[in-house]
Design a protein around this ligand. Sequence first.
Ligand code: SF4
Length: 266
Amino acid sequence: MTLVHVCCAPDLLSTVLKRELPEAVFYFYNPNIFPEKEYEKRLEAFKTVCRRLNLNFMEGQYDPEEFSTLFERYFDEEEGGSRCRKCVEMRLKNAAMTSGKINAKVFTSTLLASPRKSIDTINSIGREIGNAYGIEYKGGNFRTGREEIKPYLEGIYVQNYCGCEASLIKSKKDREERERKDFELLLGKFRDLAYLWRYRGRSIEFEEIPIRDESSLKEFLAILKPSGLLVKEGSELYGRNWLKAGKYNCRILRESDRHGESGQKN
Ligand code: SF4
């Protein structure tokens, strides 16, 4: 039996799409997640994916106070540094110990699917812990493209920061900085359309935007970053799913999508 430590629903999906894991138990253990409400949302997303895919699953203990006491002195460190190394170690150690308790001979982690983490670091931590606890660690690269997992994420909560309080604060600061820069760009390039800023992160109707040239429209959307562009039947954009605008992909919505629209994962 293999115990698969699970960090979040999207990385779980990526892992099961990439790897055959017969007789696996999927184990959600993430005391790093802050605040508790966020933990509950991620746990529920994990359970929903497990039920949809008929996977065996279990939940570890959630002790955020223990985490914040242990990690207080690393609070100001950059993401990807020693705080994250310790955080991965903590979760993998617990996964190895839990493997012993349930007689799993092998353990691994969906952290290997995370596009923001170093696979080499996770694998080296996993091997060290496996040797220390006498349990085989199976590493690898579990990443897939976001497009591959998207169909399975329908109606499932997707987080937009790594997990701990420090990462939440950092992601808020980064978002504010991106907003500030984009608003400056909007004033510089499309000053007359600054009143449309209220659609940032929300869907906007194509008719609301007085731009018909596609390359200018893409440039405008890449600055505004709405959650989607609503188009009516008969419009030149009707029937397309995306409008690629540099790194930003604007989702094209039809009237029927209005209630099911969702934002993008960071
Ligand atoms: S940023 Fe992510 S990996 Fe790093 S300490 Fe916070 S929760 Fe853990």
